[in-house]
Design a protein around this ligand. Structure first.
Ligand code: SAH
Ligand code: SF4
Ligand code: F3S
Length: 471
């Protein structure tokens, strides 16, 4: 049964939000400028989606926003714990903020998200970074108005990293940057406990939102001009298992497909062990579901997959891929790969390369294994040296780049429907958007096309993107 944060608790938070609004109005009257907030997000789309809620709550509390941390009255970092380098980046940034805060004593610095949900990290921040005013974990997100109010009015650091019973907070204000496309969380947490992964520890157990809440959110988005919906969860194929509605993810997709005004549906992430025939059929039959699937394999050797606690073999994985390719011809596939998992040998790694060659992914997200304290894999020993692991990592990229380029070349000459995301990040004179299969396409055009669908003829293939001409 899904538990929901009570209306009483939410209205308590709204009262704190009103108090902040009042304080911010006084501040503006006194100093002739509005209080500014700055947010930074690390990690996955789940975190991006959480930051949209943080910004929604800050806006409701009367804050305006700045891109520049130096100008902000409130800085909030939404952090990731999945690999060590994500955490190191945040510690580095905290050092810089310390200097800024020495000049601006009233600045409030808040750290939230997955990283601080780990007690040893929160203890370290408290011990080493006493300029941090507020620390709150993934379960306390909806309490931001209260926690921020307290941080602004109390001396010392305000901390809330308690693990809740998993109750979901509905109806939190959301501020989205891209009105034409939106992430919509369908479930939170993860029960899989892959042996390398910190996510289940920092995000808690799987819990699904009620379908009515999801569908209402999407209908509201569509009313405001949104056409592309990405359904989000650490393991969307488990959607509904904890509900008493008797529905699963395939049923949910069909319901979203029936909403007028939705043009594209994407979802991530699917765990291969839970990818059902029913879902493949739903993907095939729902015209709005994009021809794209992210199916993380992580490794190609059965021994490593077992050590990783992934609960499928390479043969089972490949069989599912074959079925998808057969049922949905031309589907674009992507995956996540970990290189250098403890006990991995060069022979095991060859099995990963073999998977790449057999599946021919459109693109991959590859990571060097990072030891996470408290996970089972942290106790295992390495066979390969760092140097060997880096060499394998580079080989993996080489093999994949060749495949990606080849897959992209097949698009040259085709006309693709693109949803325009705005000016290209690398070349401001170009527009950038995505195909149904999620390939990035750059082309000349007016920025007023942002958020609209256009037809583009593909003229050139690159490794990571396509170039084209508006027709
Ligand atoms: N729930 C999703 C995403 C998990 S995190 C899934 O199961 O696919 C995203 C990716 O980070 C994972 O797929 C994995 O490839 C990588 N990852 C997770 N833990 C890691 C670790 N300790 N070291 C390196 N990469 C890791
Ligand atoms: Fe981590 Fe595995 Fe859960 Fe993905 S499925 S979040 S990799 S434990
Ligand atoms: Fe996402 Fe990182 Fe947390 S990948 S769930 S932000 S640990």
């Amino acid at each position: 049964m899904t538990k929901i944060i009570s209306e009483e608790e939410l209205s308590r938070q709204r009262a704190f939000s009103a108090k902040l609004r009042e304080a911010n109005a006084h501040f503006a009257a006194e100093y002739g400028r509005e209080r500014l907030a700055h947010t930074e997000t690390y990690g996955c789309q789940q975190n991006e989606n959480d930051t949209e809620r943080i910004r929604g709550m800050l806006k409701e509390a009367g804050f305006k926003f700045t891109e520049d941390a130096e100008k902000a009255d409130v800085v909030i970092y939404n952090t990731c714990a999945v690999r060590e380098n994500a955490e190191q980046k945040v510690f580095g940034r905290l050092g810089i903020l310390k200097n800024i805060k020495e000049r601006r004593r009233n600045m409030i610095i808040g750290i939230c998200g997955c990283m601080v949900q780990q007690e040893h990290i929160t203890e370290k921040i408290k011990a080493v970074h006493d300029h941090v005013d507020l620390i709150f974990g993934t379960h306390a997100l909806y309490k931001l108005p209260e926690l921020l109010y307290n941080a602004m009015h109390e001396k010392g650091v305000v901390v809330d990293i308690t693990q809740s019973d998993g109750a979901i907070a509905e109806d939190i204000p959301v501020l989205r940057e891209t009105p034409w496309k939106a992430w919509v969380s369908v479930m939170y947490g993860c029960n899989n406990f892959c042996s390398y992964c910190i996510v289940p520890y920092v995000r808690g157990r799987e819990r699904s939102r009620k379908s009515a809440d999801i569908l209402n959110e999407i209908k509201e988005l569509v009313k405001n001009g949104c056409t592309e919906i990405s359904l989000l969860g650490q393991n969307v194929n488990s959607y509904g298992k904890d509900l008493d509605e008797g529905i699963d993810f395939a049923d949910l997709i069909r319901m979203v497909n029936d909403i007028d005004g939705v043009e594209r549906i994407r979802f991530m992430t699917s765990h291969p062990k839970d990818l059902s025939d029913k879902l493949i059929t739903a993907m095939k039959e729902c015209d709005k579901v994009c021809k794209q699937l992210h199916l993380p394999v992580q490794a190609g050797s059965n021994r490593i997959l077992k050590e990783m606690n992934r609960k499928y073999t390479r043969e089972e994985y490949l069989e599912k891929i074959e079925k998808i390719k057969r049922e949905i011809p031309g589907i674009a596939l992507s995956t996540d790969i970990i290189v250098g998992f403890p006990t991995e040998t060069n022979e095991d790694f060859e099995d990963t390369l073999d998977i790449l060659r057999r599946v021919e992914y459109d693109n991959i997200f590859s990571f060097i294994y990072s030891r996470r304290e408290g996970t089972p894999a942290a106790k295992l020993d390495f066979v390969l040296t760092d140097e060997e692991i880096h060499k394998n990592f580079n080989r993996l990229l080489e093999v994949q780049n060749e495949i990606s380029k080849r897959k992209n070349e097949a698009y040259v000459g085709r006309t693709e429907r693109i949803l325009v995301d705005g000016a290209s990040k690398t070349d401001k004179t170009m527009l950038s958007g995505r195909t149904d299969s999620s390939k990035i396409v750059n082309f000349k055009g007016d920025e007023s096309l942002t958020g609209k669908y256009v037809d583009v003829k593909i003229t050139e293939a690159r490794t990571w993107s396509l170039n084209g001409e508006l027709i």
